[in-house]
Design a protein around this ligand. Structure first.
Ligand SMILES: Cc1ncc(COP(=O)(O)O)c(C=O)c1O
Length: 423
């Protein structure tokens, strides 16, 4: 198919009337489809019902009675499962409650309120800036916004954030205090950070002595089509004395159940000690019963990898539907571009400039809800209005197929209007 921008006005007009008709037919179907939620479907959750059925245990391997208060950094066997999986020493891991997002919020809030390792609290500084590789995860940006941080959009490339931009900003401005990163199968594009990106992030010169990389490895073992591994950012950072720069996060939300699981933070010894100092005021300990249950259920890294292969097998057909329909309906038209993710939870497309909002609105009117256009950028503003996040995990394959057909139709209709206006 030739690229639509090369078609004549009369060809475009002819297509438009055909697609207008198709869209009206879709509207008549009274659809109620949802591709907005990045959460597991019931069949994915069903894989973990054994976790709920497991008989309760409360004696940890070191004899700790997990029914009682204490053990601020989480039970050892749970930290070992994470450490084994991610290649991090268990004493540098703090196992918390279910949501890693809460751990990120707390870590950010502590930097804001108290500063870190002797640096000034961010609240006492005239301006604090944070680098936001975009498209990115809206809840990261929401945390920065909640603390009044100035967010700076950094473009994403197929290898991760544009490191020339990151290095220039971090090197020249001491008010640039950190960066949000989802290094493997990024939300929403599924980008895998290259070794070189990881190395540069860990080793780049920065002006702020309290620069922090929020390394949110939420999809660190969530392979679907291929199994990628991300370089060890701690190793790179340690090699040049930047160990304190890294705050590493992970959770079992999309390994077992987001409604009840275990999140973790890992960091340098100095950072771990500091976090625990703050935590000792905030809490007397996490939900250790849940941590024990999780450790016994998952057992070890191999147990998790086996489980992730089963989850990947359930997710693969859903990702294939999205990718196949995108290719069938829009391949060669020049109307969208996207990266084919190898894992993770999302697929993101970029429309022609100025079209994303209209596409999402049009899909909504015909019964398909997508993540709001703009949500993948700081302040909810996509400067070029191109990015649309597709979350294929929750709907059934049937619903997904219908929703994708409708989405592609909306892309065509909105693009036709734009192209016609330019003729
Ligand atoms: C990149 C990323 N980080 C964190 C989370 C939330 O993780 P948790 O359930 O551990 O809070 C999500 C959920 O969609 C996510 O996409």
């Amino acid at each position: 198919m030739s690229e639509w921008k090369n078609l004549t006005k009369s060809e475009l007009l002819e297509m438009k009337s055909a697609y207008d008709k198709k869209y009206e037919e879709f509207k008549g179907l009274g659809l109620k489809l949802d591709m907005s939620r990045g959460k597991p479907s019931p069949d994915l959750l069903d894989l973990s019902v054994g976790l709920i059925d497991a008989p309760p245990t409360w004696t940890a391997e070191d004899g700790t009675d997990a029914r009682n208060y204490g053990v601020l950094n989480g039970v050892a066997e749970c930290r070992r499962v994470f450490g084994d999986l991610l290649g991090i020493p268990e004493d540098l891991i703090i196992a918390g409650n279910n949501a890693s997002l809460e751990l990120m919020y707390n870590a950010y809030m502590r930097l804001y309120c108290f500063g870190s390792l002797g640096s000034k609290p961010w609240k006492d500084l005239p301006n604090v800036k944070f680098l936001c590789p975009s498209p990115g995860y809206d809840r990261h940006f929401a945390i920065s916004q909640a603390f009044g941080t100035e967010m700076i959009t950094v473009p994403m490339t197929a290898d991760g954030p544009d490191m020339d931009v990151v290095e220039t900003l971090a090197r020249n401005d001491a008010s640039v205090k950190g960066i949000w990163c989802v290094p493997l199968y990024s939300n929403p594009q599924g980008v895998v950070y290259s070794d070189e990106t990881v190395r540069r992030l860990a080793q780049m010169p920065v002006a702020a002595d309290d620069f922090r990389i929020f390394w949110d490895n939420a999809y660190g073992v969530h392979h679907i089509f291929e199994e990628h591994e991300i370089a060890d950012i701690f190793e790179y950072a340690k090699a040049v004395g930047n160990w304190d720069r890294i705050y590493y996060f992970f959770s079992t939300s999309k390994v077992t159940l987001p409604g009840g699981g275990t999140g973790m933070m890992a960091a340098s010894p100095a950072n771990v000690a500091e976090q625990l100092r703050h935590m000792s005021i905030q809490t007397i300990g996490p939900d250790k019963l849940d941590q024990l249950r999780m450790a016994h259920y998952l057992k070890n890294a191999e147990g998790i990898r086996t489980r992730m292969r089963m989850l990947g097998a359930l997710l693969r057909p859903k990702f294939e539907i999205v990718l196949d329909i995108l290719e069938r309906e829009l391949g060669g038209t020049g109307l969208v571009s996207y990266i084919k993710p190898k894992g993770g939870y999302f697929i993101a497309i970029d429309t022609l400039e100025g079209c994303a909002k209209a596409v999402v609105a049009m899909a909504k009117e015909a019964g398909a809800t997508l993540t709001g256009a703009g949500a993948t950028y700081p302040y909810g503003r996509d400067p070029r209005d191109t990015n649309i996040r597709i979350a294929p995990t929750y709907p059934s394959t049937e619903e997904l197929g219908k929703a994708m057909e409708l989405l592609c139709l909306c892309v065509k209709r909105v693009s036709l209007e734009k192209l016609l206006a330019e003729k």
